[in-house]
Ligand binder design. Structure first.
Ligand SMILES: NC(=O)c1ccc[n+]([C@@H]2O[C@H](COP(=O)([O-])OP(=O)(O)OC[C@H]3O[C@@H](n4cnc5c(N)ncnc54)[C@H](OP(=O)(O)O)[C@@H]3O)[C@@H](O)[C@H]2O)c1
Length: 306
């Protein structure tokens, strides 16, 4: 498995398993299948409401002697209702307890805005809006820095953070985020964010690297005709072309495709035995529509990316 180096000097595998919607036994089996398929990095979040089966799966892998804890790279995320600085440590400890782990390799602030403590995963106020709290990301970040400085977590980062907000955080923080996890796929390429993150030493993890595939209608990296055609030349699927493209764009990018099917997990990680040509890379670059499949405005009533 290939790795990128974080600004902490830790190594992050370039391909990890996404786990949004991987619940119950499907989630448990997904972790075990992915481990067998060669995955060592797993992307979780408190808000995915699946920490219990994920924790059982990690416990099984470690106790059965298949891997040591340090062989795994486990990421989770602080939900928006725990942004009050005094809630960050308890939220982290709750996640560790649920996952039956002593530490995380990476803990991210899931979204750069705060909701009141009782709104999990998302609630609406009497006017139908998602309630927000006046807590700046910098205040939550200070509490994240304390986790890192106390040695409770190996690395800290953010998610869904745009260039302007990242610059603000970068200027005022003590510890520069190790990672910014954002939506990136051929239809949402974010080239300016990539070059800015490279300049300031922040690694990027691409979420929805398949554009959510079948779940997102016409934004589907697993059957787009341009990707299918390129794939035919390499005897690879359109999904593999979309994932390989991310690997060649920058050494500073990792991806976390989600699947609960072992054959797809194997497909999604089998992307290191072919290379896209410069003209194929250019063809894929032309697919960019700056189109997000995670509709933040519909979810949270906050036009974060406008
Ligand atoms: N930080 C954030 O705010 C944020 C937001 C969204 C997602 N994420 C993370 O990023 C991960 C990935 O994003 P995502 O799950 O939304 O979307 P994705 O990985 O782009 O796509 C997942 C979908 O594609 C299907 N799929 C997987 N491999 C395939 C293949 N080779 N061919 C065809 N279809 C395939 C999966 O179905 P099957 O499972 O049935 O195979 C699933 O429906 C999430 O799971 C989560 O961990 C983070």
């Amino acid at each position: 498995m290939l790795h990128s180096t974080l600004n902490t000097n830790a190594q992050i595998p370039r391909v990890g398993l996404g786990t949004l919607d991987s619940r119950g036994d499907d989630g448990y089996n997904a972790i075990l299948d992915a481990f067998d398929a060669g995955y060592r990095s797993f992307d979780l979040a408190y808000a995915y409401l699946n920490e219990e089966p994920m924790g059982r799966a990690f416990k099984h892998i470690i106790e059965s002697g298949k891997a040591k804890r340090e062989d795994l790279f486990i990421t989770s995320k602080l939900w928006c209702n725990d942004h009050r600085p005094e809630l960050v440590l308890p939220a982290y400890q709750r996640t560790l307890k649920n996952l039956q782990l002593d530490y995380l390799d990476l803990y991210l602030v899931h979204w750069p805005f705060a909701m009141p403590p009782d709104s999990l995963p998302i609630s609406k106020d009497k006017d139908g809006f998602t309630p927000v709290e006046r807590i700046p990301l910098s205040a939550t970040w200070k509490a994240m820095e304390e986790l890192y400085e106390k040695g409770l977590v190996k690395a800290i980062g953010v998610s869904n953070v745009t260039v302007a907000l990242l610059y603000e955080l970068y200027c005022g923080c003590k510890i520069i985020p190790a990672v910014n996890q954002v939506e990136m796929h051929p239809f949402c390429q974010q080239p300016k964010l990539i070059s800015f993150c490279e300049r300031i030493g922040v690694h990027l993890t691409a979420y929805c690297p398949l554009g959510r595939a079948a779940k997102s209608g016409d934004v589907n990296a697993s059957n787009h005709p341009v990707l299918v055609e390129i794939g035919k030349k390499h005897k690879k699927s359109a999904a593999q072309v979309a994932l390989r493209w991310q690997m060649q764009r920058s050494q500073n990018i990792s991806i976390i495709p989600k699947s609960v099917r072992k054959e797809r997990m194997i497909e999604n990680i089998s992307i290191f035995d072919f290379e896209l040509t410069p003209s194929e890379m250019e063809e894929i670059a032309k697919l960019d529509e700056n189109r997000h499949v995670i509709d933040v405005e519909a979810l949270f009533d906050i036009p974060l990316f406008n």
